[in-house]
Design a protein around this ligand. Structure first.
Ligand SMILES: [Zn+2]
Length: 296
């Protein structure tokens, strides 16, 4: 199975006690190369071009971020201190989602270890998200005539608000989000399909909502699904308020993979959010996706 990874994912120097668990990407990589090495073929992505990014984002925003001239308010909204390393990491992450999605069209399934920057809007970033990788990847596939319709399936606990706005003017990109109503972002946007669940939603209630999602996907008949497998639906995530157990996370990921397989829809996955301070516990939640991929 093709998997995209770049060492820059975890190479960011963040202030001590920064809320973002930046080490998680390298630890997921370590797990896969140690435990599942025979199942995955690692591919090093190249950087996304600024032109590709500007297919979704305001060109001024793109150049100001890359050149380090965004004002301090815009940087604060993103949540990472600006550095040339942050730019590198961002361009490799977006590149991996573009190339990974393209690969999935050929191989039916592919993944990348970062990605899922769904709080990124056309002209600003927020919530640790700078450029909206999955909308950019969707645009790339459609604009290069590789496919006609893309579903972005966002199962991170937070609403894909930025994705909803980035994709709202594109009829060929369908956004679907299952999220916690009483969570960030305070102001929700309109995805094409929103499944807004309450705090303390348990595994069974969550998986029932996922079945409803699948009905929406069958109506839409996409050529590919780009899947944000956020690990923050897990009950111990400090930034998620669901009560989904570890088995529930695995069942979610397996259900998506099996659905795509049965419907013969190519699937591209990204790791998405996940914020537990206990980083090994966090990585074990993200790893459910990669375990699900290898168990079929
Ligand atoms: Zn999230």
């Amino acid at each position: 199975m093709p998997i995209f990874y770049h060492p820059s994912y975890s190479a960011l120097d963040l202030p001590e006690n920064h809320r973002f668990p930046i080490q998680k990407y390298a630890l997921i990589y370590d797990f896969i190369t140690t435990e599942l090495a025979e199942e995955f073929d690692f591919i090093t992505p190249s950087k996304a071009t600024l032109e590709k990014i500007a297919s979704v984002h305001d060109a001024n925003y793109v150049s100001q971020f890359v050149n380090g001239t965004l004002d301090s308010k815009a940087i604060r909204k993103i949540g990472f201190p600006w550095s040339p390393t942050l730019v590198e990491r961002t361009l490799y992450s977006i590149g991996a989602s573009i190339q990974g999605a393209e690969t999935a069209l050929a191989t039916k399934i592919a993944c990348q270890i970062s990605g899922g920057y769904h709080h990124s809007y056309p002209s600003f970033g927020s919530g640790f998200c700078i450029f909206n990788d999955l909308v950019i990847a969707a645009r790339h596939l459609i604009d290069t005539s590789q496919c006609e319709k893309v579903v972005i399936l966002d199962l991170d606990v937070h609403q894909g608000d930025g994705s909803a706005v980035c994709a709202e003017k594109f009829d060929d990109i369908v956004t679907i989000s299952i999220h916690c109503q009483q969570n960030f972002p305070a102001k929700k946007q309109h995805s094409d399909y929103d499944f807004s669940l309450d705090k303390n939603t348990n595994s069974q209630e969550y998986l029932n909502a996922l079945q409803q999602c699948f009905i929406s996907i069958l109506i839409e008949q996409p050529d590919i699904i780009l899947y944000n497998a956020g690990a923050d639906i897990f009950r111990q995530d400090e930034l998620g308020y669901f009560d989904v157990c570890l088995t529930g996370v695995k069942e979610r990921d397996s259900a998506v993979i099996n659905f795509c397989h049965q419907q013969d829809i190519p699937l591209f996955t990204v790791s998405g959010g996940g914020y537990q301070r206990d980083i090994m516990s966090l990585v074990s939640v993200h790893n459910q996706l990669y375990l699900s991929m290898t168990n079929g």
